[in-house]
Design a protein around this ligand. Structure first.
Ligand code: GLY
Ligand code: MN
Ligand code: MN
Length: 488
């Protein structure tokens, strides 16, 4: 689908067309009569009396906190732009987390600007593409025209929905270039806006804004906790769907599992928060196995790490390691039960006032004990942990913050995150694992090619924690019973 030229462009000024375009007739002329016809005969579809979106009060509170942190400075937070995949096709758009967090909006090209009102306080404006102009042909002849990409909200509609005054984003770059005074911008999403600010911003000051917005998201409000639970509940249904089709996956490949989980996300109006890891057999030992093109064999394990992302952009991040034929072998069970015990110790360490690192240390302690007990490492356990020797098989950290990004709050300072303290409202994954590579000559052959991870989404509460993903079984015995029930 090619982008067309405006009818006003004289023939001689139109760019040269490629042979293919001419041959396929992709740029037929636009007669005056057709142009006139396309201008008229359209109903007024403006919407009135719209209710604010569910998170509008929460986004207002987030903007107020941001305003208090950076008094007297202009703050610019872009949603981002479409990225070209090839020629006229684009990657699916995903608004920047910072923009969506502060506005509740997810429209490409949108920009939130907080304009200082004096020494304290700001006024917020959201800059958006308005409805397409039908008079100048933009509506049907431009690639951003609504005939091609769908109806947008008018600026008045956006104001009602978001609770933020809205202006035309096409006026923003010039206004930013001309504006005086200190300014900070969230980088990496919109090069057009960044160009307009080149002489006015510094990397260090912009980074402070990014860090603030990462740390501000650590404690989730009630809306966010509700959305995370929805994401997890849908993910639970996706895992159930996968168990029901494992025999079909055996006849095809890991792709069947990937597609089945994605179907659940889509039929419920959602997306996935990261590429699903559908790792059968030894692929489970590749931490981010997203090729998902391998065989699914009875007798092997399936490590499924997948998460539904809600329409509001909150994602689950859950892993279960399942016996493809429904029953763990002795060695699979031994490794699985060790990881389960490690996860239990980790989850027990998640509570307000605990250090973020505590659950990792608790989980790793159990895994080191098991590796010594099995004769794979020489004790004592404290020596193993001090030297980090268990990491040959545990490979990764035991968890991370979870929210709008699967690895949420990633720009937070070390003292506020990894060296920080847990508070009610934080949500994190607890996901220990053991991975014995297929070519690892330091372990007995029976271990090789087995990878196990168990991952749950844990909310810190006033008096401990709540496992948001408790809807999925975790012990080996419960997993087998659950699979037997689903497979009928
Ligand atoms: N799904 C990536 C992770 O568990 O961190
Ligand atoms: Mn995961
Ligand atoms: Mn994770």
């Amino acid at each position: 689908m090619a982008d067309e030229l405006t009818p006003e462009t004289p023939e001689e000024e139109q760019p040269k067309k490629t042979h293919k375009q001419r041959k396929n007739g992709l740029y037929p002329g636009v007669s005056d009569e057709l142009a006139e016809s396309m201008r008229t005969g359209w109903a007024d579809t403006e919407l009135h009396g719209l209710e604010p979106i569910a998170q509008a009060a929460h986004t207002a509170a987030r903007r107020a906190a941001l305003s208090a942190r950076f008094p007297g400075e202009r703050l610019v937070v872009p949603a981002g732009r479409l990225k070209t995949r090839s020629n006229d096709t684009e990657y699916p758009f995903r608004a920047s987390t910072e923009y969506a967090y502060l506005t509740g909006d997810q429209t490409e090209n949108g920009v939130l600007v907080l304009e200082p009102t004096g020494e304290t306080g700001h006024t917020a404006t959201i800059y958006l593409l308005p409805r397409s102009n039908r008079e100048n042909g933009e509506f049907w002849l431009s690639g951003q025209g609504e005939l091609w990409v769908g109806r947008r909200h008018s600026l008045a509609e956006a104001e009602q929905l978001l609770g933020i005054p809205a202006k035309d984003v096409r006026e923003l770059a010039e206004a930013l270039t001309e504006a005086e005074g200190p300014v900070r911008a969230v980088r990496g999403h919109d090069s057009h806006i960044e160009s307009a600010l080149t002489d006015k911003v510094t990397k260090e000051r912009d980074e402070e804004l990014r860090v603030y917005l990462s740390e501000a998201r650590a404690v989730k409000d009630d809306f966010e906790i509700g959305e995370l639970q929805k994401a997890v509940d849908s993910t639970v249904r996706g895992f159930e769907d996968v168990v029901k089709v494992l025999d079909k996956a055996e006849a095809t490949s890991e792709r069947y599992i990937e597609g089945t989980f994605f179907l659940r996300a889509r039929v419920e109006g959602n997306d996935i928060g990261y590429g699903s890891i559908c790792a059968a057999g030894p692929h489970a030992c590749t931490l981010h196995w997203v090729r998902n093109d391998g065989d699914v064999r009875s007798g092997d394990l399936l490590l499924l790490d997948a998460g539904v992302e809600t329409h509001s952009l909150y994602t689950a991040d859950v892993t279960r390691t399942l016996p493809i034929n429904g029953t763990y072998t002795d060695i699979q069970r031994k490794i699985y039960d060790a990881v389960y015990e490690s996860q239990e110790a980790g989850i027990a360490a998640v509570k307000p006032g605990a250090k973020f690192r505590d659950f990792h240390d608790a989980s790793q302690h159990v895994l080191a004990e098991k590796l010594v007990e099995w004769g794979l490492l020489e004790g004592p356990v404290e020596r193993v942990l001090e030297l980090g020797l268990q990491r040959r098989w545990t490979l990764h950290g035991t968890g991370h913050m979870l929210g709008m990004d699967v690895h949420d709050c990633a720009a937070a300072r070390t003292e506020a995150y990894v060296d920080g303290t847990l508070e009610p409202g934080m949500c994190l994954t607890v996901e220990p694992g053991l991975y014995f590579q297929a070519d690892d000559l330091t372990v007995p052959a029976e271990y090789r090619g087995i990878g196990v991870r168990i991952e749950d989404d844990i909310l810190v509460t006033e008096d401990g924690n709540r496992n948001l993903s408790a809807g999925l079984p975790r012990t080996s015995v419960e997993v087998e019973a659950w699979m037997a029930r689903l497979k009928g």
